[in-house]
Design a protein around this ligand. Structure first.
Ligand code: SAM
Length: 271
């Protein structure tokens, strides 16, 4: 049992602690608990699960994750928020551990002490590097439920032939099932960012490609989408061009945006 009900509304907590958003930390807060509870549901079920949350800020999403029964390890780089978050930790009866650190540098395996999920309203300036860290790093999350700029969310979940289909879609979908599960307008945040946002849920595949295959996939997709209007036999020239395509069973006369994820995996294996 937690005592979250005794906490003041998020907006009052921010005022009490004299906290204003700092743009250089990508701070756009979700102060409506109906929204953060919905994100926790989209990440769930979380009862008894370990969750790493990057950037708790004022703690709106953190509250929802605790309510959902998760054991939360919250990594916040902006030390100004720690006193406010300390009050939340006191009310959470052991369900919340606070870590003051840069999420790009933390060792998730050591923090989580085992398997866990990642749920975060990500700071936009480090969203993609963090995603790549969790996709390819030694600690593989059980699931990731992440808020991105809408444009980035679309690039993660795009299908072949979509305008947004590119390197990020291929690499994410070679490793995970990826789906946009919620759209949010800019006005849902305080202060509102310039662009709309969306939540993506990523569920790692049970039998992912090896590290070597992913390294090859990164090379092939960089070359193919670096010149996305060219045919593969030309864009992949330095990697073997037509011969590589034929070895992989892929038509050398097609362009990158028409090749599905499995096609790129075949090219990576051929490489
Ligand atoms: N979770 C809160 C919410 O939904 O209201 C805040 C989200 S805000 C978009 C991003 C948060 O990430 C901020 O609290 C910011 O200070 C924090 N942050 C920014 N860069 C970070 C980093 N490298 N490591 C950890 N936290 C970071």
């Amino acid at each position: 049992m937690t005592h979250l009900d005794s906490l003041p509304p998020l907006r009052d907590s921010l005022t009490e602690h004299g906290l204003l958003a700092n743009k250089s930390f990508g701070q756009h807060f979700l102060l409506d608990l109906n929204i953060t509870r919905k994100i926790a549901r989209l990440a769930g079920p979380l009862e008894g699960e370990t969750v790493i949350e990057v950037g708790p800020g004022p703690g709106g999403l953190t509250r929802a994750l605790i309510e959902a029964g998760a054991r939360v390890i919250a990594v916040e780089k902006d030390a100004r928020f720690l006193p406010l978050l300390g009050e939340l930790a006191d009310a959470a009866d052991g369900q919340l551990t606070l870590v003051e650190a840069d999420a790009l540098k933390v060792n998730e395996a050591a923090l989580a002490g085992g398997p866990g999920h990642v749920v975060s309203n990500l700071p936009y300036n480090v969203g993609t590097p963090l995603l790549i860290k969790w996709l390819t790093g030694p600690w593989r999350p059980i699931s990731m439920t992440l808020m991105f700029q809408k444009e980035v969310a679309d690039r993660i979940a795009a299908s072949v032939n979509d305008d947004a289909y590119g390197r990020l879609a291929v690499i994410c979908q070679a490793l995970c099932q990826a789906k946009v599960v919620m759209d949010l307008p800019a006005r849902a945040f305080t202060p509102p960012p310039k662009v709309a946002s969306a939540v993506v849920r990523l569920d790692p595949l049970a039998d992912p490609p090896s590290t070597a295959e992913i390294a090859a996939l990164e090379k092939v997709t960089a070359a193919a989408f670096g010149q996305r209007r060219k045919m593969l036999r030309s864009s992949l020239k330095t990697l073997g061009g037509e011969a590589l395509c034929l070895k992989a069973g892929i038509d050398p006369n097609v362009r990158a945006e028409t090749v599905p994820v499995e096609g790129f995996l075949a090219l990576a294996r051929a490489l």
